[in-house]
Write a protein that binds this ligand. Structure first.
Ligand code: RFL
Ligand code: PHB
Length: 395
């Protein structure tokens, strides 16, 4: 088999890249280790920046998103039992975010790829990459894999490593070629999906004496809620009643607001880390999305950052194939990393401002509350949060 760009991973990064390339007349093949239904049902992120929505719309995959997505023009911070709304529309000139599940985005992208005869090989086993080491020269990268019981080889001009944090692309490069930057947080998020109408129109991020809590949503009937917990926590220790009890206490306010409970239909624990690999390119291998960086979910940025990377990568491939210019490919890593580090900073900042740390002392906690008081009380502070949350410019 032969293609122009071989893509490993059918998450948001791989799928958006493949569809953007198709729109530019560039061929690609996606190899995905999981089955289609698994990829289409995996519960993950839910907040899309304006730039992500605009890009998906321009790509022709925004129709259901426009119809079913919930547009939010603000977000609430709750601390000291009081609620403070950050008004994105007012602070950013009308911008907002859209609440639409990542797995719905993935479904829409897979449908669009298949409709235009895109090749996605699900359940590709033992995926290995080779001969990508040299940026210049005639050697062609190869991806070896097993599909439908047969060993196969995909020859391509370039490989896009869109295979997430636990993928095989990054570890296929000699460790000495990368510099890794990492911070692992001493807490995790226990998340639930509940059949309960969201108790607030917009999200609530709460810093409480008992730790962080978040009220989010998926649809007007389904709430998505999180509580900070120990990273080693066993889900078995969290029966539904205990989760609701903890949410009730952490989200409690003095303004008459009430949390509506309902049957829990899904729950899971997600660890929290900040991670960046530099550079994001090695020879003819380009890393994008979670394969290159991880953010803690407090800023709701993981999916948006993955989309921003592949938008830059698709443009670079377009320049290469249509004009023979490799300049943007050479600049790919540096261009992405400028944005990646700003988003890392924002995600770390939101995380540090909103969680209780096991080693914090009374001074640290008072300082955290003062920071929240400052951010919510000053227009400059609110603007800092708002412009990062709705998304920094893509260029
Ligand atoms: P993905 O979505 O992980 O997709 C990678 C794809 O590669 C496949 N793969 C392989 N395929 C072939 N061969 C191999 N050897 C392979 N190894 C892996 C995988 O099956 C998968 O289909 O990465 P991508 O495209 O970069 O997209 C990034 C986003 O998915 C991610 O940043 C966010 O979902 C992060 N994230 C969250 N972000 C938020 O903003 N809010 C959230 O609430 C939120 N929750 C989450 C999350 C990430 C999670 N992970 C990674 C465990 C919850 C979880 C559980
Ligand atoms: C979600 O709805 O899953 C969600 C929302 C906001 C975040 C993280 C996750 O910061």
């Amino acid at each position: 088999m032969r293609t122009q760009v071989g893509i490993v991973g059918a998450g948001p990064a791989g799928l958006v890249l493949s569809h953007l390339l198709h729109l530019q007349g560039i061929e690609s093949v996606i190899l995905e280790s999981r089955e289609r239904s698994y990829v289409e049902e995996r519960v993950r992120a839910g907040v899309l920046e304006q730039g992500t929505v605009d890009l998906l719309t321009e790509m022709g995959v925004g129709e259901r998103l426009r119809r079913e997505g919930l547009v939010h023009h603000g977000v609430n911070l709750r601390f000291g039992r009081r609620t403070h709304r950050i008004d994105f529309a007012d602070l950013t000139g009308g911008k907002g975010v859209t609440i639409y599940s990542q797995h719905e985005v993935v479904k829409d992208l897979i449908a669009a790829r298949l409709k235009t005869n895109g090749q996605i090989l699900f359940e590709a086993a033992d995926v290995r990459i080779g001969e990508f080491e040299h940026a210049e020269g005639a050697s062609r990268p190869r991806i070896h894999f097993r599909h439908e019981g047969k060993d196969q080889e995909l020859e391509c001009d370039f490989i896009a490593g869109c295979d997430g944090f636990h993928g095989i692309c990054r570890p296929s490069v000699p460790a000495a070629a990368w510099t890794l930057f990492e911070r692992v947080y001493p807490f995790a998020w226990l998340g639930i999906l509940a059949e309960a109408p969201p108790s607030m129109e917009e999200l609530i991020y709460a810093n409480s004496e008992r730790g962080f809590a978040l009220l989010s949503m998926r649809t007007p009937q389904i709430s998505r809620l999180y509580v900070q917990c120990d990273p080693e926590e066993d889900l078995a220790n969290w029966p539904d009643e205990k989760i609701w009890q903890e949410l009730q206490v952490r989200l409690a306010s003095d303004d008459g607001w009430k949390l509506t409970e309902g049957p829990v239909i899904q729950k899971g624990i997600t660890g929290m880390r900040s991670f960046v690999v530099e550079p994001m390119r090695y020879g003819k291998l380009f890393l994008a999305g979670d394969a290159a960086h991880i953010v803690p979910p407090t800023g709701a940025k993981g999916l948006n950052l993955a989309v921003a990377d592949v938008r830059i990568l698709a443009r670079a491939f377009e320049d290469f194939y249509s004009r023979g210019s490799a300049e943007r490919l050479q600049q790919y890593s540096a261009t992405c990393l400028r944005r990646v580090w700003k988003v890392q900073r924002f995600s770390w900042w939101m995380t540090s401002m909103l969680h209780r740390f096991p080693d914090e002392n009374a001074f640290d906690h008072r300082r955290q509350l003062a920071e929240l008081d400052y951010i919510t009380g000053s227009r400059a502070g609110q603007t800092t949060l708002a412009e990062n949350y709705v998304g920094l410019p893509l260029d």
